[in-house]
Design a binder for this molecule. Structure first.
Ligand code: C2E
Ligand code: CA
Ligand code: CA
Ligand code: CA
Length: 280
């Protein structure tokens, strides 16, 4: 009995207390980060494979912490979600995105698009709607088509009326939708037909092992054929080698994104990259 008692208390090890405290501190810091200008928006090019042109970019959030340096979104997005800060952070990402995409549509290409991530918590938040986004677009004079929202498969599987309504609201505003990390979740293909989705992003776990005659190549080819039949464009994530790019292009994949082309860049650097490309 004594042993069992000790086991019960083993949940409260100092290490776990430290971790919990750490999370609390980081959450507090995140609150001031938003006010204190510590968030940065990076952009990674999405490359049209058959022409090499950059017509889209994914916006990726970075936190420059005054003591800890760069904190990964994988670490702070969950904290932003549990604390509710995700709403203000998402709005900040959106505002920055329309500011940049407006310039790129004016100076680089009239159909340039910025793609941004919406975590399931963010998307499904109670009472929230995309009205604020749509009116921000109107005010800036930016059409909805300038923005792509990346969501994950789990959301569609759930398919509550709230999810369906929000997807319709985005669509009515002209905003396009991409299905992120495709192939990692439940991957039921039926919802590709049921929902109006514009892009499918093949997860980098498939791209990593692409080789001639590999099963991941066969899978990617099948996904691409199917997506095209359903009227979706395909973006491959995590393209790191020329061989991966060539296999994907030969399989008919429309776009690629990954370190082969460029890593996510600070907005100013990405802006310069785009302008030098456009001048060529
Ligand atoms: P994600 O949406 O799947 O974003 C792609 C991730 O892959 C990014 O990581 C990107 O830097 C990384 N990546 C790009 N090319 C390559 C490559 O060739 N090789 C490898 N190994 N990785 C590559 P990052 O920027 O650390 O973001 C991680 C995740 O954090 C994102 O995954 C997304 O789920 C989330 N995230 C980032 N920004 C935001 C945001 O503004 N809002 C929300 N809700 N989530 C965000
Ligand atoms: Ca994404
Ligand atoms: Ca992804
Ligand atoms: Ca992924």
């Amino acid at each position: 009995a004594k042993g069992a008692g000790r086991n019960r208390f083993s949940y409260f090890t100092p290490a776990l207390q430290v971790a919990a405290l750490n999370r609390m501190r980081l959450t507090n810091d995140l609150r001031s980060a938003l006010k204190g200008d510590q968030l940065r928006l990076y952009f990674q090019p999405i490359v049209h494979l058959s022409t090499g042109r950059i017509r889209k970019a994914e916006a990726l959030l970075r936190w420059q912490h005054p003591q800890r340096g760069m904190v990964s979104p994988l670490e702070f997005i969950p904290l932003a979600e549990s604390s509710g800060l995700i709403v203000d952070i998402g709005q900040w990402v959106f505002n920055e995105s329309i500011r940049w995409v407006q310039r790129w549509r004016r100076d680089v290409h009239p159909e340039f698009q910025v793609s941004l991530n919406q975590s399931p918590v963010e998307f499904q938040r109670e009472g929230g709607s995309y009205d604020v986004w749509l009116s921000a677009l109107r005010q800036a004079g930016v059409p909805g088509q300038a923005i792509v929202v990346e969501i994950t498969e789990g959301l569609l599987l759930d398919a509550s009326t709230m999810v369906t309504d929000k997807l319709l609201q985005l669509r009515d505003g002209g905003i396009q939708v991409a299905l992120d990390d495709f192939g990692t979740g439940y991957s039921s293909l039926s919802y590709l037909n049921k929902f109006d989705i514009d892009y499918l992003k093949i997860d980098r776990s498939f791209v990593r092992n692409l080789a001639p005659d590999s099963s991941d190549l066969a899978l990617s080819e099948a996904i691409i054929v199917m997506a095209h039949k359903l009227g979706l464009h395909v973006i491959a994530e995590g393209v790191e080698t020329a061989q991966q790019r060539d296999l994907l292009a030969a399989a008919g994949c429309d776009y690629g994104q990954g370190y082969l082309f460029d890593k996510p860049l600070p907005a100013g650097e990405f802006d310069a990259l785009l302008r030098s490309h456009a001048a060529m």
